[in-house]
Structure formats: C-alpha cells, structure tokens
Design a protein around this ligand. Structure first.
Ligand SMILES: C[S@@+](CC[C@H](N)C(=O)[O-])C[C@H]1O[C@@H](n2cnc3c(N)ncnc32)[C@H](O)[C@@H]1O
Length: 340
C-alpha cells in the first residue's frame, strides 16, 4: 500500500526507528523499506510532528507484515475501527509496567484498554494511566487500570538495571538513547556531575562504561536518591558514583569544576544555567536539556552560550532533538564546551 515514510540514512536507521516508536509515530503494521543507502520507515499520524532534522517524509509503496499475532494493541479490542482510531499509538514500558496516556473521552473504557495492553506487551504485570509529571520533583501521577502489584520495578536499558518507582521519582524510558550518547562521550579519568539525576540513569550508564574516575549524582528528591543507592549496590563499578541528596542551591556554590556536567531539568534548568556552567572545567562539556519551540530551534544554542559569558567562553558542540515534546516543540540536548 502507498503510505508516508521517513527517509533516513541506514546508519541512523535504528536510532530513528526507536525515536519514532517512542513518539508513537512508527507504523508497526508495515515493513521497513530498504532503498539503497537509505531506509524508509513507515510513519503514521501528523507528519509535521516529526522533527525535520530526523529526515524527509516521502510517499512509498510498503508491504504489510505477514503472519504472526497482532501488531498493535488496538487489534485486541473488539471495537469499531473509527473508535480504535482515537486510541493513542504510543505507550511506555518501564520494567514490567505499561504506562499510557488516554484521551478523556476514552477513559470510561480504560479497563478494556488496560487488559488489551496487559496481553499485548510481553511480560507486563501492571498497566497504569499516566496523568503526567508534577511539581519540582517531576513525580508521575498514575492510576492502575489493569494488572496487579505496586509501582516499583526494575528497568533495563543500555545494559544497566535501574530501580524505578514510577510514582515516587522521575524516570522516562524515552531518554535511553540520550543516556547512552552522553556516557559514550566520557573519556578516561573524567570527573562527572549528574545534576538532577533522578534515579540515576546517566550516572549508572557512565559508571557501567567504566571510564569516568568519579560521578557525583545530585537530586533533591530523597526517593530518587534511595532508588539510585539500591541500583548502585547491585552494579559493578557502582562505588565510583556518589549519590547526594541535595538541591542545586545547596550543591552548586561549593562544587569544584569537573570535565563533564549533565543537567536534565528541561523546564527550570535555565535559571541555574550560569551557576552550573561555572562547574565545567576548561575544555570540559555541559549537557543541557530544554524544551524548545521549533521556530526557535536554530538560534537557541547561540542564545544559550551568549548567556554564559559571565561564567566563561562556551561554544555549541552539538544540538540534537531527543524527542518531540508537543506538536510544536521538542526536547533538545545542547552540548556546549568550555574553552581551555
Ligand atoms: C526531568 S527529571 C531528570 C531525571 C534524570 N536526569 C533522568 O534522565 O531520568 C528532573 C529531576 O530534577 C530534580 N530536581 C528538581 N529541582 C531540583 C533542584 N532544585 N535541585 C536538585 N534536584 C532537583 C527532580 O527531583 C527530578 O528528579
């Protein structure tokens, strides 16, 4: 069948496939097309939701997946197609917990949707409605719609096993690629600050690769730090990470400069940016995350380094879209380097 697809170089195929899947934009009922040095990933929904930097949207003839069981959880629901079209395409899997955002008109039927997901996702134990993250600690408000047990689980990503409590401390499986990219940049002997570390996916991934001499992981949420301690106790190399239950206000004034600083506090990080930049050693890098409107994307990196002149001279090394945040904005990673 003829359908829209995203044209990407093969080398970026897997990361783009995962990003589209996370964003609920990948059509899983159609096969990926191989087109010389490129892949065409079948997409659904509004193509304008796809960040232009991910590739060009083209029309192609795709084959449907042959045989096997249901390719979408909606196939397990005995609903009319018009009703199924209103279901969200994307859901998150955290350990053995499935999280879904359901539009209000569909919420009276949440138990049916929950049962479908419980059967569709291999190994799922509990399905929750995700009512979003709230407050300075970005805690998620969740409501059980199917399955049993509590909100604590173990989640695997990038070869790391994380203790997660979906309700008590922030965690998003949509950041897995970002955790790996930052960890890969760390060089032998680097010291690292993971600021606003949550349950510590950056710190744990960096520690697993074993190149950092030390990682200090800071968060003001006591539950997040307790979960990180539990993960560290089981992870080889965990002794190179020091978890600190502290606010940025408490930690930053006495922090000595280090080679790598990560700060993932997308909505409020800007108010700490200059003081955080002071903790980056000459030649070191800062990984700063922000939700950016697509119309401001191209100039945002320069605007950020211009704000930092009182902390030092910084240049933008890389700007990358992590995932779409809303129809008109993306979560963006800015990698900025301090001059020597
Ligand atoms: C978006 S989460 C990031 C978690 C983690 N870096 C990750 O990638 O999963 C932001 C975290 O910042 C923490 N936080 C918010 N304000 C803070 C502050 N002023 N000082 C320290 N931590 C703070 C919250 O508790 C939360 O865990």
């Amino acid at each position: 069948m003829i359908a829209p697809g995203l044209l990407v170089p093969r080398s970026r195929g897997e990361e783009t496939r995962q990003a589209l899947l996370d964003a609920g934009l990948l059509r899983t009922d159609l096969e990926i097309l191989h087109d010389g040095p490129s892949l065409v990933l079948p997409v659904e929904g509004d193509p304008s939701e796809i960040p232009p930097s991910w590739g060009a949207v083209v029309e192609r003839e795709f084959r449907t997946h042959s045989g096997g069981g249901p390719v979408r959880y909606r196939d397990l629901l005995p609903w009319k197609d018009s009703e199924k079209d209103a279901l969200p395409r994307a859901f998150d899997v955290v350990g053995d917990i499935v999280l879904l955002r359901l539009p209000l008109p569909l919420q009276p039927r949440k138990a049916e949707v929950g049962e479908a997901l419980l059967h569709f996702v291999p190994g799922a134990r509990l399905v929750g409605l995700d009512h979003g993250v709230h407050g300075p600690e970005r805690r998620r408000s969740v409501e059980r719609i199917a399955g049993t047990g509590g909100w604590r689980t173990r989640h695997r990503e990038n070869g790391v096993e994380l203790e997660v409590d979906v309700e008590r401390a922030y965690f998003s499986p949509r950041l897995a690629r970002e955790h790996a990219l930052v960890a890969r940049d760390v060089r032998a002997g680097d010291q690292v600050y993971d600021l606003c570390c949550g349950v510590g996916p950056f710190a744990l991934t960096i520690a697993r690769l074993g190149r950092a001499s030390h990682v200090t992981a800071v968060d003001s949420n006591p539950a997040a730090i307790a979960l990180l301690r539990a993960s560290l106790a089981r992870q080889p190399g965990g002794d190179r990470v020091t978890p600190r239950e502290a606010s940025l206000e408490e930690f930053l004034p006495s922090a000595s400069p280090v080679e790598r600083v990560v700060m993932n506090l997308p909505h409020e990080g800007i108010k700490y940016l200059t003081s955080v930049a002071r903790t980056v050693a000459p030649g070191g890098s800062l990984y700063y995350y922000e939700v950016v409107s697509r119309t401001e994307f191209s100039g945002r990196g320069t605007a950020l380094v211009n704000r930092l002149t009182e902390a030092g001279t910084f240049t933008v090394e890389e700007t990358r879209v992590v995932h779409p945040y809303s129809p008109s904005s993306d979560l963006v990673a800015f990698v900025v380097q301090r001059s020597r």
